[in-house]
Ligand binder design. Structure first.
Ligand code: HEM
Length: 412
């Protein structure tokens, strides 16, 4: 039987979960970019879910991202499936809005997320990272995902939003499970599981927001609750879902990039040695991990009119999915795109293809990742991988299920 990679291109359906068994189907994306850069998948296995166009070349992701009038984030959802996270829920956060609503709300957050404002948290984030590593001292084997990345990233977000530390693990788990579209282990009931998780995020977020309304502080939750744009405050839904989006996006994304990056370094010792010899290369290495392993495989738009892209007609109302996992390995944009080169330092699309929805958390994610890699590599320079992990099998999140390691001697 022909494997998916050998099938005629018009018989490829990227909604088929078996294609994602080992993470993103890179060999298939190579074919799509070359043979059908604007490609239709019917999503046949997803009951009642319409099909979608796949965009796989970096130039085209850039075009779709920037043209918000033709490719809306509001007319449909921003995820490949509307059934998992209802469009009304997505529309209540600025990620699911078009200008001018989007721009007004994003501006409120942007103030707290500029590189300068984020740099003010460097000491706190380093401290959280060091404490995360301190807790591992004396251990032999452990999982970097749940025992280092998740607690550190969760505490960073928890601190910025003024959340109690005992809730970090619950928020992190909700984020990973909520985003794991298609994964049978993390979302065993498919879209129903996703909706349950969103319900729980909503309940928890509502409680935090109500508490902060009564007791204002100077954290980011208070900024949301009490923020005003041109004299208007946000609606309750905008606050609660905005909070849920930030806490969820902030937890899962950085964890993915750190675990994928560590896994790559453990598999390629000469690349790790470069960073051990010269830690000033770490910011460039972070960009390379973001390029090769974008935390989110895609975001989606909906065409607002008929649109010609590379000779293909996208019809008004069609779903258009930008695969960063593919565009970040476009050979027209990157030499030897599948090769890890910690010194490459290339511009990539892990944070989106540019335009209005460019990731709000860019500066925070970069800083957290730099500190996590710096401190982890310095503390456990002889760490070894115990076994190759499985990937989460998801159309949206891109991460190993675990990264089991032997820590080796501590240098610190
Ligand atoms: C490795 C880390 C991260 C990656 C790869 C990432 C990726 C992305 C991408 C691709 C988008 C574009 C969505 C679109 O075009 O529709 C986005 C948007 C967004 N991200 Fe991130 N993200 C990361 C970290 C974070 C963090 C730490 C936060 C917050 C604490 C965050 C909050 C957001 C928000 C609020 C948006 C919506 C922006 C808008 O619609 O204008 N992200 N992110």
């Amino acid at each position: 039987m022909a494997t998916a990679v050998d099938r005629p291109i018009d018989q490829i359906d990227l909604g088929e979960m078996s294609l994602w068994a080992n993470g993103p189907p890179h060999a298939l994306f190579d074919r799509l970019r070359a043979e059908a850069p604007i490609h239709w998948s019917p999503m046949a296995d997803w009951d009642g879910e319409p099909g979608f166009w796949s965009i796989t070349r970096a130039d085209d992701v850039h075009t779709v991202s920037r043209d918000w009038e033709a490719f809306s984030s509001e007319k449909g959802g921003v995820l490949i499936t509307d059934l998992a996270t209802p469009v009304e829920v997505q529309n209540a956060t600025f990620i699911g809005m078009d200008p001018p609503r989007h721009d007004r709300i994003k501006a409120l957050f942007q103030r707290a997320f500029t590189p300068n404002r984020i740099a003010e948290h460097e000491q706190t984030i380093r401290q959280i990272t060091v404490e995360g590593l301190d807790r591992l001292e004396g251990r032999d084997e452990l999982d970097l995902a749940t025992e280092l990345a998740q607690p550190v990233v969760g505490r960073v977000i928890g601190t910025l939003f003024g959340l109690p530390a005992e809730d970090d693990a619950a928020w992190a788990e909700l984020a990973t499970r909520g985003f794991a579209i298609g994964d049978e282990e993390l979302q065993p009931g498919g879209n129903e599981s996703a909706q349950e998780i969103i319900g729980e995020v909503f309940t928890r977020a509502s409680a935090v927001v109500a508490e902060r309304r009564a007791n204002p502080t100077d954290d980011l939750t208070s900024l949301l609750v009490h923020g005003e744009i041109d004299g208007d405050s946000l609606t309750d839904d905008e606050i609660v879902f905005g909070f849920g989006l930030l806490v969820a996006a902030g937890n899962d994304s950085t964890k993915s990039t750190f675990t994928n990056g560590m896994l790559a370094l453990l598999n390629e010792p000469e690349q790790r040695q470069k960073l051990l010899d010269d830690p000033s290369l770490i910011p460039a290495a972070v960009e390379e991990f973001l390029r090769m392993y974008p935390a989110f495989a895609h975001f989606r738009r909906t065409a607002t009119r008929d649109y010609q892209l590379r000779g293909t007609t996208i019809r008004k109302g069609d779903k258009v999915v930008m695969w960063y996992t593919a565009s970040n390995r476009d050979p027209e944009a990157f030499e030897c795109p599948h090769m890890l080169d910690v010194e490459r330092n290339a511009e990539h699309q892990a944070f989106g293809g540019g335009g209005r929805h460019f990731c709000l958390g860019t500066a925070l994610a970069r800083l957290e990742l730099k500190l996590l890699f710096e401190e982890t590599l310095a503390r456990f320079p002889q760490m070894e991988l115990v076994e190759q992990p499985e990937s989460v099998r998801s159309l949206f999140i891109n991460q190993p299920r675990a990264v089991p390691v032997k820590l080796g001697p501590s240098a610190g």
